[in-house]
Design a protein around this ligand. Structure first.
Ligand SMILES: C[S@@+](CC[C@H](N)C(=O)[O-])C[C@H]1O[C@@H](n2cnc3c(N)ncnc32)[C@H](O)[C@@H]1O
Length: 218
């Protein structure tokens, strides 16, 4: 850590990137190539406050995202905890995570997967997306610190608006506290990934995207 990140009293200076502070305890889930986590960690200059996770095993991830290798190396060098095989549906029961509480839990562009026979407008695929997000909300709400927030970045145009994020959150006693425009350029080095299928490492169009912020209603 460079001296420039220390205040005169020797304390680490708080650094912000968009909604995220170096003093937040941050859990990132459903990461693609870990470039979003890397972007935050680089901005903070230290990632001891971050846990970054993927659904995929250590062996499988580079096959889906060859770009993940360098990002994970960088994250580890900055002190980030990296976890594989973390399913957002039951992460509150994960051995390492179950005793931890977070100020921010971040899932960028949740998606239940690509299926040849199911287009994004297909009712069955929308049902799978909703099931994934609702289970994520349920699990994440058990892992929040006092005043903690769950952030989901998502497209808000057709057919993605049919996922009804706010309604799903309300069903598990979460409330929408803000819907902030999502601009990829706010996160230098972030490469959003499809994360599934033959084109896992490719991107997808970002239209009408927002970061939906939720907190517990009590
Ligand atoms: C559209 S990609 C977005 C990836 C990444 N968040 C980004 O912004 O580039 C959706 C991600 O959700 C992850 N995912 C799907 N189901 C999941 C689950 N049950 N638990 C954790 N991650 C999941 C996939 O592995 C994939 O990486």
């Amino acid at each position: 850590m460079g001296e420039s990140t220390l205040s005169r009293r020797g304390k680490r200076r708080e650094k912000w990137i968009k909604h995220y502070s170096s003093s937040h305890k941050i859990l990132l889930v459903g990461e693609g190539d870990f470039s979003f986590s890397s972007c935050l960690a680089r901005s903070f200059g230290c990632a001891l406050n971050m846990v970054a996770t993927s659904l995929h095993s250590e062996e499988m991830l580079p096959l889906k995202h060859w770009t993940s290798v360098a990002h994970i190396e960088e994250l580890k060098s900055l002190g980030c905890t990296i976890l594989h095989n973390v399913d957002v549906k039951d992460m509150h029961e994960h051995d390492t995570l179950k005793t931890m509480r977070f100020d921010r839990i971040v899932y960028n562009f949740p998606h239940a997967g690509y299926f040849l026979h199911l287009s994004e407008t297909h009712r069955e695929l929308i049902r799978r997306h909703k099931e994934l997000v609702k289970a994520f909300f349920t699990s994440a709400s058990k892992m929040l610190s006092k005043h903690g927030e769950i952030h989901v970045s998502h497209r808000d145009d057709h057919p993605y608006v049919k996922w009804e994020l706010e309604k799903l959150a309300n069903e598990v006693d979460l409330v929408l506290i803000e819907k902030a425009e999502f601009q990829k350029s706010d996160y230098p080095g972030y490469h959003h990934k499809r994360g599934d299928g033959r084109r896992s490492n490719k991107s997808f169009p970002l239209k009408e995207c927002f970061t939906f912020k939720f907190s517990t209603s009590n």
